[in-house]
Write a protein that binds this ligand. Structure first.
Ligand SMILES: [Zn+2]
Length: 416
């Protein structure tokens, strides 16, 4: 909603990255000659250039003449590309890939790819030279979904923090003054027990306060809260309604963890893997539930490439649903009588011949685009949200296999 009209959506940018990464992963070098550089946003470009210059001179020691030449060519190409940047890289940093890749038959092709502003900030500078490009850090960023609140506590210590994608951030901690179970001599047992319960109650309130301060302002972005600790502490804490009422419904589960320091946050995330995987699919599942509901009795569903595209162009699609495993091209054909038709083809397939269905003339392929790019561009122009749907659940798999990987939920029931 807050996205600018016509500006590429975040999903679309992620898809662009995804495609480049898939291409880069296919490349291999015949030797250790493919260079990848991750540049964090606070790294001066001049430092990077100095590093590349240093590597260039060290590469002169490489024994194989071919590898040496290839590495030096890659580094030179990187330096050329870095000239386009000012003092610092753009927001979130830069990733540069360059090298001579095998193109079959013993020949090589020089490939240089610069990815600007990845979805998350690059955390540390990395220079990597191997027979493959280093794509894992970028893949991890793209796979990152979700924002979760984390709480671990026992009666002595508590930590709260975030799980952002796969990154765990410890934010606040507290320790309690709850006395141990052994009372000191001279203290009445009753009084001791009461003071101890009070101290526990105070501590739970303090922990809830920390969690509220952190999570309440983000409650609309929050995908859930995980609570960890030994029994019965975490149960007492949750059952006692200490958390802000708006957060209580967000608690996805409670988990046994043995540590309540920062390492406990990591333990909590490890224990909650199944719950998190389930939660990551929740949006996708509810999209598909809605689609099937409309399909079987409603009138707000459309599916398949042509019908969905027509509705998109008319501006009647509220949400475009695309299978995240859809890898197709769209070929646009024009016949001599001016009819325009499209066909969906495999990305590695040749462009097929096409006969115009209206007049029977042979049609020429006028354009060939990536299907997702093609659809998302129209969606961006029409203010349509695009949701990528995972194939990791049954209805998500069905979107790909039974509906061509493309469907839509309509704004009003006058669809095609
Ligand atoms: Zn025709």
């Amino acid at each position: 909603m807050s996205e600018q009209e016509g500006a590429p959506s975040e999903d679309r940018r992620k898809y662009e990255f995804q495609k480049v990464i898939e291409d880069l992963k296919d490349y291999t070098g015949s030797g250790t000659q493919l260079v990848t550089i991750y540049i964090p946003p606070d790294k001066q470009i001049s430092d990077v250039v100095a590093h590349v210059t240093q590597e260039h001179s060290e590469a002169s020691n490489i024994k194989s003449k071919q590898t040496r030449t290839n590495v030096q060519d890659a580094l030179k190409s990187i330096k050329d590309r870095l000239r386009y940047y000012d003092t610092f890289p753009p927001e979130n940093g830069l990733v540069v890939f360059s090298g001579a890749v095998d193109s079959g038959g013993g020949r090589t092709d020089m490939v240089t790819e610069v990815l600007e502003s990845p979805p998350q900030p690059i955390e540390s500078f990395r220079y990597h030279c191997d027979d493959e490009f280093l794509t894992e850090p970028l893949e991890e960023m793209l796979g990152d979904k979700g924002l979760y609140g984390l709480i671990v506590l026992d009666r002595r210590e508590a930590n709260v923090g975030w799980l952002k994608g796969k990154r765990i951030e410890a934010v606040k901690s507290a320790s309690s003054l709850v006395p141990g179970k052994q009372r000191k001599g001279g203290q009445s047992a009753q009084r001791f027990a009461r003071l101890r319960l009070e101290a526990i109650d105070n501590f739970y309130q303090e922990v809830a306060g920390m969690a509220d301060d952190l999570f309440v302002p983000k409650r609309h972005e929050l995908d859930g809260i995980l609570v960890g600790g030994p029994s019965p502490t975490k149960d007492e804490f949750l059952d006692g309604d200490y958390l802000h009422h708006e957060l209580q419904d967000s608690v996805l589960g409670k988990f046994d963890v043995s540590y309540t320091d920062e390492s406990g946050l990591k333990e909590l995330v490890d224990r909650a893997q199944d719950t998190l995987a389930e939660a990551d699919l929740m949006d996708d599942k509810s999209d598909m539930e809605e689609f099937f509901k409309e399909l079987n009795g409603g009138n707000l569903a459309t599916y398949g490439f042509e019908p969905t595209r027509k509705n998109l162009v008319m501006g009647s699609v509220e949400t475009l649903l695309i299978s995240e495993d859809l890898r197709k091209d769209i070929v646009t054909y024009e016949c001599p009588n001016g009819h325009e038709e499209r066909e969906l083809v495999g990305q590695r397939a040749d462009t097929p011949d096409h006969t115009c269905s209206e007049c029977g003339e042979d049609a020429e392929a006028a354009e060939r685009d990536d299907a997702i790019d093609h659809l998302m561009e129209i969606a961006d122009q029409r203010g349509t949200d695009t949701h990528f749907i995972s194939t990791d659940f049954e209805k998500g798999e069905q979107l790909l296999t039974a509906f061509g990987g493309i469907a839509g939920l309509l704004r009003y029931g006058t669809g095609v």
